[in-house]
Design a binder for this molecule. Structure first.
Ligand SMILES: [Zn+2]
Length: 346
């Protein structure tokens, strides 16, 4: 019997910083570095499952999970959003210092390649919902200096830049207006600074506004095929085609809510469902435009995959359904590194 080699995974979305920050347990840095029972990602779990790194989101939760009259999430205030965002950036910086080479905050594609080569967790600072940034964009410049390299203008709620698509099922992503003037300026400034603009959580009008403005490949870091799971958060065929046409990618979200045909939060979801979404996207737009965007530590994932330590189960499932070494390399990390390299270099 031969044992399949581990395929390293560079992943497009995790919420480990939020999980660590929300936990009341002390020493989040040590818990991440030495590992703990809770959560999907820490260094020992990452090592076991071949999780080589990924985009670490700075996401500001809606205060007390408040919702408006439509049942949609309310938007946090800028001052508190900036405080929370800085707390997450600082936490990752402290982890990097304490980890003594086992985690690196990557600012270039070469940083990612080098970190992966020597087995350091290759993390990239990402904003999910830009509530911390005001209309002057001052915080954007400062955060960029601190290592921010990718940014989703919205989470699933409106802000001064754009309209985040609310969680609806079944629903088209075409809910709400497009980018504001502030949003257009944000996208142009991200282009100037070579910060990747992430389209996951963007509503459809905002998606097309960004497609018209941005000079970078279109990327949805953690979104699935709407044709298989008609959630408002997923990508329509037209959106997938636009991603392909710009050389971008879609990262597969492991959240059962965005995988299942029935839209329920049911963890009894077979890994074959993830493979089906990948098959669909590959058939539609090609092997160069699909990657992974687990949403580890941010959502309910299939029970068959307990956490990052089980990541190679998905790789095995893909291998069994016919993906060869080269295809697995692209899905698991090469597509992400190519798109980030192109976005950051231009
Ligand atoms: Zn998300």
């Amino acid at each position: 019997m031969t044992i399949d080699p581990i395929v390293p995974v560079f992943d497009g979305h995790n919420d480990v910083l939020l999980r660590l920050l929300l936990s009341s347990e002390p020493s989040p840095e040590t818990r991440f570095i030495e590992g703990e029972k809770a959560g999907h990602i820490d260094l020992p779990k990452a090592r076991k499952g071949g999780l080589a790194g990924g985009l670490c989101a700075m996401y500001v939760p809606t205060p007390s999970q408040q919702k408006d009259a439509n049942g949609d999430y309310k938007t946090p205030e800028m001052a508190s959003a900036l405080t929370t965002t800085l707390a997450m950036a600082a936490l990752l910086a402290r982890i990097e210092r304490q980890a003594e080479g086992r985690l690196r905050i990557c600012r270039t594609a070469d940083d990612i390649r080098e970190a992966m080569q020597r087995g350091a967790f290759a993390s990239v600072l990402h904003i999910e919902g830009a509530e911390a940034i005001g209309p002057d964009l001052d915080a954007l410049y400062v955060l960029h200096q601190a290592g921010l390299r990718t940014l989703g203008p919205v989470w699933s709620r409106p802000n001064i830049f754009a309209y985040g698509v609310p969680f609806r099922f079944p629903s088209s992503p075409d809910i709400g207006p497009g980018l504001s003037d502030h949003g257009k300026k944000l996208v142009q400034t991200c282009n100037d600074l070579r910060i990747m603009v992430d389209l996951s959580h963007m509503n459809e009008q905002g998606f097309w506004d960004i497609a018209a403005i941005s000079d970078a490949p279109l990327v949805a870091s953690h979104s699935n095929a709407h044709a298989l799971s008609p959630h408002s958060r997923n990508l329509t065929d037209r959106q997938l085609d636009a991603i392909r046409d710009t050389g971008g990618l879609a990262g597969l979200n492991f959240g059962v809510l965005f995988l299942r045909q029935d839209g329920t939060r049911n963890p009894d979801t077979d890994l074959s469902v993830l493979v089906k979404h990948i098959d669909y996207i590959v058939n539609r737009i090609g092997i160069d435009h699909i990657a992974l965007g687990s949403d580890f530590d941010g959502t309910t994932i299939p029970a068959a995959m307990r956490d990052a330590s089980d990541l190679q189960l998905l790789v095995s499932a893909l291998r069994q359904s016919g993906y060869d070494d080269e295809a697995l390399r692209k899905i698991c990390h090469a597509n992400w590194i190519r798109v980030l390299d192109q976005t950051w270099k231009n």
